[in-house]
Design a protein around this ligand. Structure first.
Ligand code: WTA
Length: 664
């Protein structure tokens, strides 16, 4: 069935209910709603007993825990805190001597279509060698290592190697700028950087090492003693003697055995920087035990992962989805997974479908923004429509990162899943570590556009500003009422900000997610409507409006003031829209175009290309109240192209609205 052009637009009301396919229900790990209810009841009855059972059944502990949940210093919750384990041993060593030892752990498909596979045994050897290389270069338990790598096996090897020796990794997405790399190195006080000379994306060779060099040169990075460089392409890159070494040099002569270092369950496995409403990106700190437990359990619950499955999560390891559902979850669960280096539109927009056919993928997990762009491509070119490939291997589909509009959901369901595969729409965040609200593929009846119900052991609600629960059917703020094992532990270096952001007093102990949601009157299903703070979601990537504003005003030779808002976009979910006041008269025509380009390039340099504003409008001023506060809700309306219907009587300078409504 071919899609209508409207398939990428939002439809607000959705009443279709789609039952999971009976064949899947029959053999699913959680089979039918009665299984789901039974797990929920078990958690209700004995919360700690439920989690203790899961932790013992799913993970291998070198020292058993005696405490399950320590709430004495809430909201700094501790889980299984006197237990000891190693995350890498739980992902790799535990499969040795089992049928999984020689099974394919990773099918890597490169940008140019070349394929390399690794068994669990081979992966363990690589990880151990790199772990030994890190150790022999002075990286110790508790040290931080910054990873700035292309998508590929070596990035996962680097993460696992850190986990193996108890070093805390901080992965930075390869699209972030030198300045972003430097800020994260300084905040985390990283002792080493793992990078590659270049990355390959859509046939293009893009520098990584040069960006690390630029970042280190920005200052404050004396903490970095070693830079490990993976030679992704034959092209040479600058190497600083004494500091930089290639992977081959570092691993030469290293033993292929490295005993995993046991760490406490609360030991920080990683820090991952993400955008918030104010200030600089915050380092979300995750634990080892609780985090890994949930990464594994959700592979089994949300994706019903079985030994024969071929799982493919398209997320980059630079985002949390690539942590939980590439680097850790699939390995802990003993699955076979595909790792893809390139982009969905190269060499053409049939790449995903071709890869599903080629590798007989059974579980496919991607973002709505990718689906929408592939719908658009298929609409304009029959040759890249999924119907041209054999997708019959698929049994489960997943979605993550932003709300999926019902029409895109239906297209995905029909044209990719052949009306056979449930769609697991997973709502979660960097801070939650793993899935929180989503249907179970063999149990939950689905409603397109709704992430349905919280997983067993997770307690979610919709509340008002004072923390009181909203009646079903009314919108409010999404909260998680009880702690869960994979929750954020703190913001690195900033426990106060952690408390204020996620556990504000009004919420009376509940975790405040920062998203708006409604619970359906009839089904009790959750529908997440989007961020309620100053965080934008552009193509599933989190961007703080303040971050982009700070970047713009940092161009202080020309910019006097800037305000950034989001506006809905059919393809990217939200688009970044900047209103800028210059230190010179308001430009128009070609001059405006040229300055807008200059500012976009500047933001790309300050933060990364993903933060480039799509629209830039210039004004003599911004709409402000008499007390000088910028009225963002008016800017949001202007960005959407709406006529202003709101009350503007408190505005100091109402005439500015007409000017800003024009595109320069
Ligand atoms: C949004 C990505 C609706 C939400 C895993 C959240 C979603 C933010 C969904 C977290 C979904 C993620 N439906 N919205 N299924 N999944 N979001 O930290 O606004 O990059 O707060 O984690 O993405 O983005 P983050």
């Amino acid at each position: 069935m071919s899609a209508s052009p409207s398939a990428i637009q939002s439809v607000l009301v959705e009443n279709r209910v789609i039952e999971p396919p009976p064949a899947l229900v029959q053999q699913a790990r959680i089979s039918g709603m009665q299984d789901y209810e039974a797990l929920r009841t078990e958690a209700d009855r004995d919360f700690e007993g439920f989690w203790a059972r899961q932790a013992r059944e799913n993970l291998h502990w070198t020292r058993d825990f005696t405490r399950v949940l320590d709430e004495s210093n809430a909201p700094f919750y501790q889980w299984f805190d006197d237990g000891e384990l190693n995350a890498s041993a739980n992902c790799l060593d535990r499969h040795m001597g089992t049928p999984a030892e020689h099974k394919t752990a990773i099918i890597f498909e490169a940008d140019d279509g070349q394929v390399i596979t690794y068994t669990y045994r081979e992966l363990l050897t690589r990880v151990s060698q790199f772990a030994n290389a890190l150790k022999s270069h002075g990286v110790n338990k508790g040290d931080r290592v910054l990873i700035y790598m292309p998508m590929g096996v070596e990035g996962v090897v680097a993460m696992q190697a850190c986990a193996r020796i108890g070093a805390t990794h901080s992965v930075v997405f390869g699209g972030f700028s030198a300045k972003a790399v430097q800020e994260r190195i300084v905040d985390a006080q990283a002792v080493a950087v793992v990078t590659a000379n270049y990355q390959l994306r859509g046939g293009k060779e893009l520098p990584l090492k040069a960006i690390v060099d630029d970042g280190l040169a920005l200052g404050g990075c004396e903490c970095v003693k070693n830079v490990f460089v993976f030679q992704r392409t034959p092209t040479a890159c600058n190497m600083v003697a004494g500091r930089d070494k290639t992977f081959d040099e570092a691993m030469q002569g290293q033993s292929s055995e490295c005993a995993p270092t046991p760490v406490g369950a609360e030991h920080p496995l990683f820090i991952l920087y993400t955008s918030g409403s104010t200030g600089k990106p915050k380092g979300v700190q995750h634990s080892t035990g609780g985090y890994l437990l949930w990464a594994k359990m959700t592979m089994q619950w949300s994706f019903d992962l079985k030994p024969e499955d071929v799982f493919w999560c398209t997320a980059d390891i630079g985002w949390v989805t690539g942590h939980s559902y590439v680097a850790y979850g699939p390995l802990a669960a003993g699955g076979t997974q595909i790792i893809f280096e390139g982009i969905p539109t190269y060499p053409n927009a049939g790449r995903f479908w071709q890869m599903i056919e080629r590798h007989k993928c059974t579980i496919f997990y991607t973002a709505p923004t990718a689906i929408r762009s592939l719908i658009k491509a298929a609409d304009s070119n029959e040759a890249v429509h999924p119907k041209n490939w054999d997708l019959s291997s698929l049994r489960i589909l997943g979605s993550v990162g932003e709300p999926i509009n019902p029409e895109a959901w239906m297209w995905y369901y029909r044209n990719v899943g052949g009306e056979r595969c449930p769609i697991v729409d997973t709502w979660w965040q960097t801070e939650t570590g793993g899935h929180i609200i989503n249907p179970l593929p063999g149990a939950t009846p689905m409603v397109p556009g709704s992430c349905t119900l919280p997983l067993p052991g997770i307690y979610t609600a919709v509340v008002d500003e004072t923390g009181n629960e909203m009646p079903d059917g009314s919108g409010g703020m999404l909260v998680i009422q009880r702690p869960w094992p994979s929750m954020i532990r703190t913001i690195w270096n900033d426990p106060e900000r952690f408390k204020k952001t996620y556990f504000p007093e009004e919420m009376r102990g509940a975790y405040l997610a920062g998203d708006g949601a409604v619970r359906d009157k009839a089904t009790g299903y959750f529908r997440v409507t989007g961020r309620i703070d100053d965080v934008l979601n552009v193509s599933g990537h989190r961007m703080g409006t303040m971050e982009i504003e700070s970047a713009l005003v940092a161009k202080s030779d020309i910019v006097a003031e800037a305000a950034v808002v989001g506006r809905p976009d059919d393809l990217t979910g939200e688009a970044i829209c900047a209103f800028v006041v210059l230190k010179r008269p308001r430009p128009t025509g070609d001059e405006a175009k040229q300055i807008a380009k200059e500012l976009r390039d500047w933001v790309a340099k300050e933060i990364g290309p993903i933060a480039k504003p799509k629209d830039i409008r210039f004004g003599d001023n911004l709409p402000k109240t008499r007390s000088g506060k910028i009225m963002r809700r008016l800017l949001r309306s202007l960005a959407k192209g709406e006529s202003i219907t709101q009350d503007t009587s408190t505005l100091e300078n109402p005439a500015i609205l007409d000017q800003l409504a024009e595109n320069n």
